[in-house]
Design a protein. Structure first.
Lengths: 243, 243, 243, 243
């Protein structure tokens, strides 16, 4: 059920609005919606403009933040986020550290899955955008930190550490120290050289190091026929290291 | 902290044992471990055999059930499970239905992520194996049902429905009826013909239908050099349909 | 050695011109070149403009016609043309039939490899463009025919038949009749449905039917690092059928 | 038409024999064939055993040498050979140098396409096997040389140089010196490190350097359905450098 200040998607015909329940009005080409009317409603309910045009309510899911989160650069794609979640077995009991978080899109996914997420971003302006996006997603178990991963100290160890940043040997070593036995470091590196660095640094420390490359394609099905689409298909390498 | 009857991994040099804390002994080539000694310990702790050889304790994570769950056939690979989780944005608040669950490996991942999972398997003997695996994983939020997906009725709608089975048009239609607005149907189909069936049936019902193919490769790094490995790289098509 | 009317590439700094040796002048921003001066020269020789600026001569190779042939649509990519040549073992002794030739780019490659090529294009305006491109490539062993593949009759059988067109069962059957024992039919089909048609029609006739899909990527190496590029990577399916 | 000493394939039901026309007999489980009877016959003709069982004659094509050439290791796959032929535009007028030829399978393809091929193999025992395979393929335009590529000197330049060997910077430089303007160096390297070496060495010398990776899959179509097969899909990187 929608509470005041919750983010809400209003889905009309060929148009979508990302709003906040509460004060104020949304003006659309199909009429005006009072945002206070949204509180108390739920996903699937209908709200009408003053002209009587219907919009369907959708409570945003993590995937919606791909479209609506404020960006600081290209976020990780779902296929890569899914790979991190699945190969680390990230779950509700986990304490996760996510460094190099950018606008926090991956952190939104991790926060929806894990028990607790500490997210670090060294560039302060990005960290602020991340904090805003996390708040919009309504995630109270994600702590946004502006700071350098190498300076992280923690008495309580992490189950999963995810790094999406320029990674040097010392980052891999530092991650090892912060992990529980059986826990995972997952790194995302777009270039092969960095990937080699990670694999080499991890090889001597971790019990298992596997680097994955995922080539994703969509299957396009139209009246002319069905074929793999030719859209972007490589993004980066994901290295999964188990302590 | 390990309680009686919990599943535990004991990691020694080049050997691993998947045991249950509680009564009885584990006999290894390095000596005997009393399983009652495991209760109260935690991941990373050490237990010794009567010959003084150390084994490290690891509380199993979902990924460990790939190796240790009893199987009924080839389970979905993590890359495909991750794709379902990420593209549906599966999360702690979700009510999930998983049909055609087989030995329940995907259900173990979904159960570790989602709030509640109903899992259906029509073949009774598989359903029993699934129940055993789910119990081993200690997941109390997964309900194992022996039955046909088409006979599922529910007053409370689902956020995500995952189907890994021979899918006909009626399954897609039935799934639509069981989903919340904004919720997702995710299907896994190894063959193109079934994939076409799903896409065609979903096209008229759902607001968005995207079929993903993921070609996964590992990067092999040895003294001779680095190269993509040539291991299995295609498994199936994952179609994501949003209501 | 360049003869009158031969096509020639003139390579200057950051500019390239595709000209014809013989009458007339080429005006460039670096001065004028008399095209009669090109006859008698060879690949690697230098020609100068009236302002003394050097251009290097290159006698065009089949690959240059990707850039300079007049087009009628998107031509087959070299990776796909190479697949046809290699999997059929196309060679100097071969009599080849190429139908659905479009602007004739694949025919230029086949003509440079095979003994003789008959190329068919049903759309007369495309056939004319093809004839012009073939003439530009200086290939006297390629005969350009405007007509329907299904109407082709030949006492002398072919070693290789290549079809790049909307293919029905009857095309596969007709191709079978025109081939020598041990010869190959190679079809290029962008869509899966057509590919299925070809495979099904060929299955009962040919001794061996293999369908190839080639996902091609370039490796991009810059100062930032090395990574697979994300450019177009699928074009079509190539089915190789041996009589 | 088959001449004495030519290699011939005899195709029976579920059996194939690779023989030499001329003296002697072939004993099969279906009876004896006199090899002298093959001379004067042609592809598609029938020869019978003394028991009256028919075998169809097939004059081998380059692709047949994948199955029947004596091997020294894993040969390049047709997809990679085709890529070299297509991206260099290899043709009947070309003078080609192929170094690191192994058993000569790629050289058989190049020899069937190009005007003349010089093939180098530093290991003498491989060079002998290569010479035997080339002779079996009946290619009189391929000269087999036992020797080191770096020691090759030639007044007449090459149109295409293909290297399938451990490549150092000096090999790339040496190849540059032996090529005509507009000609191509094509290298085949299984590992990324070598690929980087080639690209870096070529970058400063050649006018164009493009590295291709080809992931090849077969489409498997059975009664159960159609799906990409999961067989080997990566072999190596092919770098194409234009002088």
């Amino acid at each position: 059920m929608i509470k005041e200040n919750d983010r809400v998607l209003l889905i009309g015909e060929k148009r979508e609005f990302f709003v906040r329940a509460g004060e104020g009005d949304l003006s659309t080409d199909k009429g005006i919606i009072k945002l206070a009317d949204l509180t108390g409603l739920d996903t699937g309910d209908i709200v009408k403009t003053h002209l009587g045009v219907s919009f369907k309510i959708r409570i945003p899911r993590p995937v919606d933040f791909f479209s609506y989160a404020k960006r600081t650069g290209a976020p990780m794609l779902p296929k890569d986020i899914g790979t991190v979640i699945a190969y680390t077995g990230m779950n509700k009991k986990d304490r996760v550290l996510d460094a190099g978080t950018g606008s926090g899109v991956a952190a939104i996914f991790f926060g929806s899955v894990a028990g607790f997420v500490d997210t670090y971003e060294i560039r302060e302006e990005f960290s602020k955008i991340c904090a805003k996006n996390i708040a919009d997603a309504g995630l109270e178990n994600v702590r946004v930190n502006a700071g350098d991963f190498l300076s992280v100290e923690s008495d309580e160890k992490y189950d999963v550490i995810h790094l999406d940043m320029q990674i040097e040997k010392e980052h891999v070593k530092h991650a090892y120290g912060l992990l529980k036995t059986g826990g995972y470091l997952a790194t995302y590196t777009p270039f092969l050289e960095q990937t080699f660095n990670v694999m080499d640094a991890a090889e001597d420390l971790f019990s298992e190091v596997v680097c994955h490359e995922l080539i994703g394609r969509e299957l396009s099905r139209t009246k002319r026929g069905t074929r793999p689409s030719t859209r972007v298909c490589h993004t980066g390498y994901i290295t999964i290291c188990r302590k």
